[in-house]
Design a protein around this ligand. Structure first.
Ligand code: FMN
Length: 395
């Protein structure tokens, strides 16, 4: 498949198909897959289809601004490129592609602490401050070191992800024999060799590794080794007290990612977070979680007047973003979609993801009689009976 095919992509689904063709199956599954039975992956999509619009007519929709402010930062479009580790496995530019594409679209990317390009190299590739993501890694020394580096890089906000006390069971990765870096062996040979363009890029590019942990993490040779080492680095004993320490150590705006209940959102506000990301990690961690969209109203009702609530999980259309905003989110993060774009067309492919979403948001707003995202509320949508919302619509 030729890289320029991304230009013909009309939807994110087209980019997903292009990624499927371009990537070895083990890499595509790593990106696309979820935990255990992938129930939650399905729920994230189902929830959007349970919401339809209540279109208003004869409204002047000649201008449809979609800029929002999240954590004090103006974003020209309410879409943030979420943190995803090891992006170089998908395309050589890795996390740099997200930062540059986000900057060009007037928005921001969140650089994973498990990124394959170091914080420093990502920061050098752009002029606007990106945000960084932190897992509660094992000891405070490691966390402090990452936070100090992030500060030196000029990152504008810290996103602390708290839904990975241990690594979720992505069983496809185990079945496919995924290793980091990917290896050619009798198990993976045909899968890898039948994708020569991807392989050439991998072999001629920088080694795919956890760039922020060089020297800290022993080199990994197998998926089980990777899971074991990551589990060794993660610390399932972390509590709210540790989060408070992280917030103080950072001293800037903090978004807590992985919040799925009103109680935890309240606690996040109490300890000093400026935002929460309603997220089930795209269904990659615990399975049998509800859709993030289904619990969004509960969290907006609890803290929406005090802090910024954002959402991720299953956003594949601009209309999905409009639905989340109508339910009180400030913006949405996308994870897999930007990796599909990266696979299909490198940095330009990631740019195409943002362009498609911006155009779809714009067209949706016009077609449902909404002159911009600022006025969106529950009167713009209709929720199918039986939808798992915690609060009835206020009409
Ligand atoms: C390949 C991959 C790697 C990810 N790595 C991280 C990570 O390092 N940190 C994190 O907070 N979330 C990570 N996520 C989760 C995303 O940030 C996001 O919550 C999720 O992908 C949203 O769902 P979506 O993919 O349906 O948009 C990852 C997701 C994917 C697909």
């Amino acid at each position: 498949m030729h890289r320029r095919q991304y230009r013909r992509a009309i939807t994110l689904r087209d980019l997903r198909e292009a990624a499927r063709r371009r990537l070895p199956r083990m890499v595509f599954d790593f990106v696309d897959g979820g935990a255990e039975d992938e129930f939650t992956v399905g729920e994230n999509r189902r929830a959007f289809s349970d919401i339809t619009f209540r279109p208003r007519v004869l409204v002047d929709v000649g201008s449809r601004p979609q800029a929002v402010t999240v954590l004090g930062r103006r974003l020209e479009t309410p879409v943030i490129l979420g943190p995803t580790g090891l992006a170089r496995m998908v395309g050589r530019a890795g996390e740099v592609a997200a930062a540059v594409a986000a900057e060009r679209s007037g928005t921001v990317s969140v650089v994973s602490s498990g990124s394959s390009v170091s914080f420093e190299d990502v920061a050098r590739s752009v002029t606007s401050p990106q945000w960084f993501q932190l897992y509660p890694w094992g000891d405070r020394g490691t966390i402090q070191a990452l936070i100090s580096r992030a500060r030196d890089c000029g990152f504008g906000a810290m996103v602390v992800t708290v839904d990975v006390p241990v690594v979720g069971a992505r069983e496809k990765d185990l079945r496919n024999g995924l290793t980091v870096p990917p290896q050619v062996n009798p198990r993976t040979g045909w899968d890898v060799l039948s994708h020569p363009r991807w392989l050439a890029e991998l072999l001629t590019g920088p080694k795919v590794t956890f760039a922020n942990f060089t020297g800290l993490m022993p080199e990994q040779r197998s998926t089980s080794g990777l899971a074991a080492a990551t589990a060794g680095l993660l610390n399932p004993g972390h509590t709210w007290a540790d989060l408070e320490w992280m917030i103080a150590a950072w001293g800037g705006p903090v978004l807590l990612k992985g919040v799925m209940t009103g109680e935890d959102a309240r606690r996040a506000v109490e300890v000093g977070c400026q935002g929460v990301a309603v997220s089930n990690h795209g269904g990659r961690q615990a399975d049998s979680l509800p859709a993030a969209l289904d619990v969004l109203p509960e969290i907006v009702a609890e803290v929406g007047d005090e802090v910024d609530v954002v959402l991720d999980g299953g956003v594949r259309r601009g209309g999905d973003v409009v639905k989340a905003l109508a339910l009180g989110a400030r913006a949405c993060l996308v994870g897999r979609p930007w990796l599909y774009g990266l696979a299909a067309g490198g940095q330009a492919g990631v740019g195409r993801v943002l362009e498609i979403l911006r155009e779809e948001i714009d067209r949706t707003l016009a077609l449902i009689g909404q002159p911009g995202v600022a006025g969106l509320d529950e009167s713009a949508i209709r929720v199918r009976p039986g939808h798992g919302r915690a609060h009835p619509p206020a009409d």
